[in-house]
Write a protein that binds this ligand. Structure first.
Ligand SMILES: [Zn+2]
Length: 214
């Protein structure tokens, strides 16, 4: 009966993501390319591993990148929804978003630094410009405190996959196909994020179980 169960699970999965199937199909269609979002995510993890000397050092980089990608993805989510709301000037919006990359990355780096201090200081902060958002990090902080390396690596790949895929959607798919704009409701963008996170976990299991043996 395992087969039936799996089949039913697949059906639930397909229905859950039905409204964004067009975007998912585009994402999956790039899976054999070198710049496929998950392939890039995995490669950056391997690069990180190769540039660090021990697990503790690697953990800190992984933690930083999780927070950075997570913050970055919220900017992508905002621009995607804005494109849907302003289809007439979509191309211009995307160009301006691209031009603001340096400034955006500076802001995200500062925010990341504040959150890292909070986590490394056992959840205490004497006051910073991002205190209002520290509470979003509770699950991550607990797993950091427990040295849960598997959790951090899973989250790393999930977040990197989201960031890379949102970038792909914005700069590749949307620039080529304006019929995608109406799909970018806030619900669908959140759905896509969930899909990408889950997909990264699945691909990691299938692709290389040894990735965790760092
Ligand atoms: Zn703070």
């Amino acid at each position: 009966m395992e087969f039936i169960k799996n089949y039913e699970k697949d059906l639930v999965y397909i229905n859950k993501y039905k409204s964004i199937s067009k975007i998912i199909d585009l994402y999956v269609s790039t899976e054999s390319q070198e710049d496929f979002p998950f392939t890039l995510a995995k490669q950056t993890l391997i690069n990180l591993k190769n540039t660090t000397t021990d697990r503790n050092e690697l953990m800190i980089f992984v933690l930083e990148d999780i927070i950075y990608s997570s913050l970055y993805s919220t900017y992508y989510e905002q621009i995607l929804v804005t494109v849907r709301e302003n289809p007439d000037v979509a191309q211009k919006l995307i160009t301006v978003f691209d031009e603001n990359t340096e400034e955006r990355e500076r802001i995200i780096s500062d925010q990341t630094e504040n959150h890292i201090k909070f986590i490394q200081n056992n959840g205490f902060c004497k006051g910073c410009s991002d205190c209002a958002n520290h509470s979003d990090l509770e699950e991550l902080r607990q797993n950091w405190d427990n040295n849960n390396f598997n959790f951090l690596v899973n989250m790393y790949l999930g977040m990197q996959n989201i960031q890379n895929s949102m970038e792909q959607l914005l700069y590749e798919f949307l620039l080529e196909d304006s019929t995608l704009y109406p799909l970018l409701t806030i619900e669908n963008v959140i759905k896509y994020r969930t899909y990408l996170y889950d997909d990264a976990q699945k691909r990691m299991e299938e692709y290389d179980k040894n990735i965790l043996n760092i």
